[in-house]
Design a protein around this ligand. Sequence first.
Ligand code: NAD
Length: 275
Amino acid sequence: MAANLFDLSGKNAVVTGSGANGGIGHAIALGLARHGADLFLSDIDEAGAIATTQEVRQLGRRAEMAVCDISILEQVEALFRAVDQHFGRIDILVNVPYAFPSRVHPDELTLEAWHKTLAVSLTGYFLCAQQALRRMLAQGHGGSIVNIGSIAGVSALGRGNFPYSVAKGGVSQMTRELAVEYAGQGIRVNAILPAQVLTPTFKQGLLDNPQFGEKLQQRLLTGIPINRLLEPEDFVGPAVFLCSAAAAVVTGVLLPVDGGNLALNAGGSHIWPVD
Ligand SMILES: NC(=O)c1ccc[n+]([C@@H]2O[C@H](COP(=O)([O-])OP(=O)(O)OC[C@H]3O[C@@H](n4cnc5c(N)ncnc54)[C@H](O)[C@@H]3O)[C@@H](O)[C@H]2O)c1
């Protein structure tokens, strides 16, 4: 057994949505690199992907990048061809991006917004997983796929989250199905389910939005027993664990990284006395 169960040295990881924008994918990519993995970064944001590539190289790990919209098959195929060309092997895939084009009540949702949300947040995960699986099967050494789902895929959030939540529910079930299909080939598929995370886009989209703002932040905290919103860095440990030998027989798991959110009943409270 390896001396350090969390050592990812010699592993090649592809992380989609890993542009240097302070989000979860960015943090996970750097975290995998700090634990020894070489990184193939990808994002629709070219400048962000270049910046993360430089950060990974500064950590002393190998890094390459490609611009890729994960909802477009041709771009996903090109991404994995580039991985073949530069790395020749893939051990880890982390699926991160999402789309949330329209925050409206379900009865007002356009078909276009519905399709866009699912195309990135669900179909894109399948397209990337399929490319990774084909290579992992051909290599014959197993592999690890980590999907970033959400607490929104387990229970309903309201507030115009409808197509996003449906996509995240799909990510959870995709995780279970792929885990069962490929467990025999040593390919593990797991999901991380975040609660609300203080990423720049979350702050800009919700907390800085006067429609939600401070009031929403207080509301969110009542649902998080650790009594703070999460930080992107909180996802590094769980992602490293799921990609590492420490999780050798962990597959099909939907791991809440949520400060206790999903443990809390809607009528429960971590605040005494209950107002
Ligand atoms: N932030 C939260 O509160 C929160 C809560 C629960 C779940 N999540 C999930 O965590 C994941 C990351 O969220 P985040 O808040 O860090 O996001 P983010 O917006 O900070 O980062 C997402 C990254 O994906 C890239 N991206 C967007 N569309 C893409 C596409 N079509 N193809 C490739 N890349 C694309 C963006 O350029 C960006 O770099 C998402 O799956 C999200 O649903 C986030």
